[in-house]
Structures are given as structure tokens and as C-alpha cells.
Design a binder for this molecule. Structure first.
Ligand SMILES: [Zn+2]
Ligand SMILES: [Zn+2]
Length: 717
């Protein structure tokens, strides 16, 4: 009997309908089956979405092409996975084909059955070796009272849980034990643990391996992130899809991993902006994780009666798939959900070992010597630490030596010829580099415009702070009499493979006394000997036009401060120094008492008044074009043509505006804000608007439009 499966293939972002194509097959194909199908002159990877026994209306049987091959040996992608992908495509306004195929490892697209069979054989072999448990040694410390209470509450949770734990409160141990429990409850259970950036938290992966490999064998944990080679990614994906990997530890892309036995999702540092994708489908992996857990739970609830297994007295939450969002400074969206009772809040305010959080020292820059990069009291405090053999972290959110190079005699500045931004002066290799498009050139010997030899750096970046600190601390001595060692860690020093690990190791072993760096150094590291953290230019975020800037600054400073005094012996003396021209700002008052709830309450009240998220819902329509006029014409045209659309009155459309950095790599950028009072209203309007957007691409005044994108729930406006 002939079948007419509809199949999803990779389609361009905005192809709208047509993501599902009808093919012909002589046998039934289960939904979720991976196939190879002809598309134009090529043969591509596809996913069977539905099987039909009659040809679709309007398709003459002889027009349909045959499915070329079925990928043998792979179980179909299950219904929950397909629902997740379909939801993501619809919610983030992209084509199903784009989202579904991008969720699979790239290598899978190019494999024929022979190659796939070889990979599967290798994977099965690895899994067989991996499942041989080495020993059952349990080296886990007993949980603290707070950890035990959080775990007990989690066991019966019927909602997403927000684990609100101070830095150093031992959230990881809760993740480990919750994972342990999930794996023990069901021999097929799988756990997804998401982290913002896996390279910055090698300790987390090490702890998961140390805890589970002895009991479950080497293949129990697989990593999934964009830094892996394509063959590594495929191997990890196959291990997860086959169920041989019980724990997937990954970055945002791991939210789409095929995990047939998924029972627990952990989203660590759930507030981190890197969970939101910034290109392609601009999805939030945190939000999709919550949705995915709900899908899995619903499926399990429906399946439970037929399965007939499991004690009837099992707690409500244990039967489903749980999701735990962890943070010391939750996103205001998650915090608000917990305040409303939609999320279960689990609080762990105490640090393990009873250490105190660092004391906040605000340095009023109005009262410091003019032009001082580092206030004298801060410098003195650093010298003291060095003398005691302790370490300092100095945070500056700007890499390079100086953000601008300028001529004294004329108006020349190191403008990037391709962007509306300055090229940054990097002194070490004497280059001017654009951090937006990558354009790099040698530093000119003289002003390119007037020939003046005095071209000077303006402002300071991490390279310069490192250089200045080395000079300012030249007389500082360590307990062994040696000079202070200053190092730097940012995207420039960690570019080479392995260099980040080497730098972290140097810091851990005490070979560095002062580490200067960007926010990279504020993330998850567990440094024992750091007792002073200093933030040099926090003020920019206080008055930024982006309404989320204070939230991010608060999280960054809490997180950075959390690096200090993690060893209880030092916690009494640990300090967080912040240089500011506005010490009276209310953000600092909340920071001083480590009072995230107070800060969140104040921010949420402000957002409620302004109708901002989470008290309102937003989307951005972004346009890139050859000219700013074309970009704006597309946006404003799309807004005008929305008139009369269903649900148009439920949203507010603002006029198109250029982006803060208007031009990048010779492309002009503009955006238009859409606001609605409810998520459903916003979604309804966006769906109705999609065909209008496609039509507006050909407006004569939008000639030169390069691309457009809809960003739902944008993180920056
Ligand atoms: Zn000049
Ligand atoms: Zn540039």
C-alpha cells in the first residue's frame, strides 16, 4: 500500500507554509522517523511528521517523489520532542523546518546508512563499556539542612521549582542529589542539566562525572555544546537519543536534545542572558525547558494508567518530569512566577560552612583624586590582601587597551569604516580591532588625516588596567617576599584552545595574586583564596536606556562578589568594592544587604507601572538593510499594513528606530517594538502579522532589505 508521509526538511527562516512536504513511500513510516528525501536536485535529511494513506488534496500521485531512504537503526524522535520543536517554531515565529533540522546534530545531515551504521556500532560499543560500573564508592558529603529541605520539597513539587540559593550555598549538591534520585527511581530515566557556558564551569562537569561515573559507568554523562567537534556532537546526541547516556550536560542548544527518558531538567544560573539565542530562532532555552518539562509530565500522566506500574502513593511530582531553575539572583520573570505561586520557591540563603557573604565597600569617586582609575583606598586594600597571600579579582567590562584612539590635533578617531562604532586599541599586538565586525588593522604611526604623531588612547580597557596595576603594585610583596603577580583573563587571553583551562589552573594553584578581567571572571568559578572583588565601572549600567540593565548589574555584582570568601576561613574578611559616582543609588542599598528580594520588589513595582515584562509582553521586529531608510521603511510599512489585521487592537506598535549601534559590517539596523498586555494576545497578533511581513519584503521603499527577524521576549531593547 502506498503511503503519503508529510516530511519536514530544512527550509529558510520565513518560508511560512511549505515546511511540510508530501512524499511517497511504499511502507508506513512512523512519525519522527529520520529519512533522506529528494529536494530539487539534492537529497536532504527529513523528519516524518505525519503518515497519510491517501495523497494530499491537490497533489497528483505522479507528482510526488519517493522517500529515498530511511535512516536505519535510529528510533523515531518521540511525540514530545516533535511537540517541543513545533511549539518553539510557532512561538518564536520561525519555520518548522528551520527549527527542527537545526535541533539535530549537523553531521546527521550528511550521513548515509553505511556511515550511520558505523557510528551506531561505535556508540553501542562505547555504551557497553560505559555501563560497567567501576565501584559504588559514595564520597558525597551529607546534605546541609537547607539542602535536605530543598530536596524534600522538590520531591513533592507539582510545579517548576525556583532554587533561590546564595552563591556558595551548595546548589550543585542539590542538582546532584535530585539527579541521583531521578536515576534511581527509573532505570531508563534521563536528566538534562543546562549551564550558561560550559567552558567557564569545568568544575560542574567534573563533579557530575565524579559522582555518577563510578556507579553508572563512563558513558553516563555526555556534554553538549557548540565548542565540540561535529563528530563529538553526533556521538553525544546518539548516546542521549538511544538512552545510553543518562545525563546530558549542555548549553542552550541541549534543550533540544532527544531524551526519551527525560525526568528532570536543571537550569543552572537561570537568569543568565546566554540562554537566549541571539540569531536564527531567538529562543529562550530556559523558557523552553519549563515548557518541555510540562510536555513530558503530561505525556507521563496520560501514559501512567496503561502502564499500571509504580506505587499509587507516589508523590504527585515524582511521576512527572521536574524542572529546577537555580540562581542567586533569579530573572525577574522567574521571581515573579514564584511570587504568584506558579513556581515553587526553594530558598537556601546560607553559605556552606557558615561563611558570610562579602561586605560591600562603595567608593565615592567624587571624593577621589582626579583621573584615578583605582581609588587609593582600594589599592591599599589590595596590597593588604597580597601581603596576606590572598587573591583579588578586578572586574572591568571592556576588553582591549582603550576603547578609542584619537588624534590631539584634529578630529580623527579610530572609527570602524564598516560600523558606527570605534575600533578598540589593543596594545599588545598594536592593532585597532572592531569588536562588532572584526575589522582589524595595524595602529597607524601618525594620524591618518593630518599626520600628527600624537595619537592617544581615550578610556580604559582590561589590558590597560592590567598594565597600570602591575605598575601600582610594584612594591607590594607576598608573604614569601615575592612581587605581586597580575594577570588578565578575557576573550582575548582565552582565545586559544586550552588557554582558559591553563589560566584557571594558574589561579587555583595560587600563581596569580590579582586577576583582571571582564564578566567572564565573575561566573561560576570556585576560587578558594579570593577575598577581594572590585568592580571599576559599574555606573554605565545604572543609567543605561535598557530597562534590564540594573537587573543584569545586580546579578553581575552579586555573582562577582560571590567569588570572594568561599572558603569560610576567609569569609569574615572578604569584601566587594564598587567604584561609583552615584553611591546613593538604591541598587547599592540592596546590594549592601545582599537583599535580592528587596531589589526584585522595587524593580517589579517599576515594571508594573511601566507595563514592562513580566507585567507586559514584548516582541521586536528587526530589519537589516543596505540603508537605514530601507530598514525603517520595511518596519513602518509592516506596521501600517497591520491595520485591520485580527488582534491588531490588542497590541501597541511603536515607530521604527535605529539600533544603538546602527551600522555593523556595512549593514544598517533598525527595530520596531511590539507590546501587548498578555502573552496570548502577542502570539495571536504575531501569527496574523507573519504573512504581512513576508509581503513587505518587496515594498519598493524597502529596496535593499537584507533580512528581518522577529525576536519574541527580547532581552535587550
Ligand atoms: Zn589628526
Ligand atoms: Zn566594524
Amino acid at each position: 500500500m502506498t503511503h503519503w508521509p508529510s516530511i519536514v526538511v530544512a527550509t529558510p527562516a520565513h518560508s511560512g507554509v511549505g515546511a511540510l512536504l508530501s512524499y511517497r513511500s511504499e511502507s508506513a513510516l512512523a512519525p519522527g522517523t529520520l529519512v533522506r528525501v529528494p529536494l530539487g536536485a539534492r537529497e536532504v535529511l527529513g523528519i516524518v511528521w505525519a503518515d497519510e494513506t491517501a495523497p494530499p488534496e491537490g497533489l497528483a500521485p505522479e507528482q510526488a517523489r519517493n522517500v529515498a531512504a530511511v535512516l536505519d537503526g535510529l528510533a523515531p524522535l518521540n511525540a514530545r520532542w516533535r511537540q517541543l520543536v513545533q511549539f518553539a517554531a510557532r512561538y518564536y515565529q520561525r519555520s518548522l523546518g528551520e527549527v527542527a533540522l537545526a535541533a539535530l546534530p549537523p553531521t546527521l545531515r550528511d550521513l548515509d546508512n553505511t556511515q550511520l551504521a558505523r557510528r551506531l556500532k561505535r556508540q553501542a560499543k562505547a555504551a557497553a563499556i560505559g555501563t560497567a560500573p567501576a565501584s559504588a564508592a559514595d564520597t558525597a558529603p551529607p546534605p546541609s539542612d537547607e539542602q535536605a529541605a530543598a530536596l524534600a520539597a522538590l520531591a513533592g513539587a507539582d510545579r517548576p521549582a525556583l532554587l533561590f540559593g546564595a552563591t556558595g550555598s551548595g546548589k550543585t549538591e542539590v542538582y546532584l542529589r535530585a539527579t541521583e534520585r531521578a536515576l534511581a527511581a527509573d532505570p531508563a530515566a534521563q536528566v538534562l542539566v543546562m549551564v550558561p557556558e560550559i567552558n567557564l564551569t569545568p568544575q560542574l562537569e567534573a563533579r557530575f562525572r565524579a559522582r555518577f561515573e563510578p556507579r553508572h559507568g563512563e558513558g553516563v554523562v555526555v556534554a553538549m555544546h557548540s565548542g565540540m567537534t561535529p563528530p563529538q556532537r553526533l556521538a553525544a546526541w546518539l548516546a542521549a537519543h538511544s538512552g545510553s547516556a543518562r545525563i546530558v550536560l549542555g548549553t542552550r542548544l541541549a534543550v533540544f536534545a532527544s531524551l526519551p527518558g527525560l525526568r528532570l531538567i536543571v537550569v543552572d544560573e537561570e537568569h543568565d542572558p546566554s540562554y537566549k539565542s541571539q540569531d536564527g530562532a531567538r529562543y529562550s532555552a530556559r523558557d523552553l525547558a519549563v515548557y518541555r518539562a510540562k510536555l513530558e509530565s503530561e505525556a507521563l500522566a496520560t501514559a501512567a494508567p496503561d502502564a499500571g506500574a509504580g506505587p499509587a502513593s507516589a508523590p504527585a511530582g515524582a511521576a512527572g518530569c521536574q524542572v529546577v531553575l537555580g540562581s542567586a539572583t533569579p530573572s525577574l520573570e522567574s521571581w515573579h512566577a514564584a511570587e504568584q505561586g506558579r513556581y515553587l520557591r526553594l530558598a537556601m540563603p546560607a553559605r556552606i560552612g557558615g561563611g558570610a557573604l562579602p561586605r560591600l565597600r562603595l567608593v565615592d569617586m567624587n571624593h577621589q583624586p582626579k583621573g584615578a582609575t583605582l581609588a587609593p583606598p582600594l589599592l591599599a586594600a589590595m596590597q593588604e590582601r597580597i601581603a596576606r597571600g590572598e587573591q583579588c579579582l578586578v572586574l572591568l567590562n571592556r576588553r582591549g587597551y582603550a576603547p578609542v584612539l584619537a588624534c590631539d590635533a584634529c578630529a580623527w578617531k579610530s572609527q570602524c569604516p564598516h560600523c558606527s562604532a570605534f575600533r578598540v586599541f589593543h596594545k599588545l599586538d598594536r592593532t585597532l580591532r572592531c569588536h562588532h565586525c572584526g575589522f582589524t588593522s595595524r595602529v597607524p604611526r601618525a594620524c591618518p588625516d593630518c599626520g600628527n604623531l600624537d595619537i592617544a588612547p581615550i578610556g580604559r580597557g582590561t589590558e590597560q588596567i592590567e598594565e597600570q596595576l602591575a605598575g601600582l603594585l610594584v612594591d607590594a610583596r607576598r608573604p614569601d617576599g615575592g612581587p605581586a603577580r597580575v594577570a588578565r583573563m578575557d576573550a582575548d587571553t582565552t582565545r586559544l584552545k586550552g588557554s582558559l583551562e591553563a589560566q584557571l589552573a594558574a589561579l587555583h594553584s595560587g600563581e596569580v595574586d590579582v586577576l583582571v578581567g571582564t564578566q567572564m571572571i565573575a561566573k561560576g568559578h570556585d576560587f578558594r583564596r579570593i577575598t577581594l572583588v572590585a568592580s571599576l565601572n559599574a555606573d554605565a549600567a545604572l543609567f543605561a536606556s535598557d530597562y534590564r540593565a540594573p537587573e543584569r548589574l545586580f546579578a553581575l555584582l552579586m555573582q562577582a562578589g560571590g567569588r570572594a570568601g568561599r572558603d569560610a576561613r576567609h569569609s569574615g574578611v572578604s569584601e566587594m568594592w564598587v567604584q561609583t559616582w552615584h553611591p546613593e543609588h538604591p541598587l547599592f542599598a540592596a546590594l549592601k544587604t545582599h537583599d535580592y528580594p528587596a531589589f526584585a520588589a522595587e524593580q517589579l513595582a517599576e515594571r508594573e507601572m511601566a507595563g514592562m515584562p513580566p507585567h507586559g509582553y514584548q516582541a521586536l521586529l528587526r530589519a537589516d538593510a543596505r540603508t537605514q531608510a530601507a530598514a525603517q521603511a520595511f518596519l513602518n510599512g509592516a506596521a501600517q499594513q497591520a491595520a485591520g489585521l485580527p488582534h491588531r487592537d490588542d497590541v501597541t506598535l511603536y515607530p521604527a528606530v535605529p539600533l544603538t549601534i546602527q551600522r555593523v559590517a556595512n549593514v544598517e539596523r533598525a527595530q520596531l517594538l511590539v507590546e501587548a498586555a498578555s502573552r496570548a494576545a502577542l502570539q495571536r497578533f504575531l501569527s496574523a502579522w507573519q504573512p504581512v511581513l513576508l509581503a513587505c519584503r518587496t515594498l519598493p521603499e524597502a529596496r535593499g532589505l537584507v533580512r528581518f527577524a522577529v525576536d519574541v521576549d527580547p532581552l535587550a531593547i
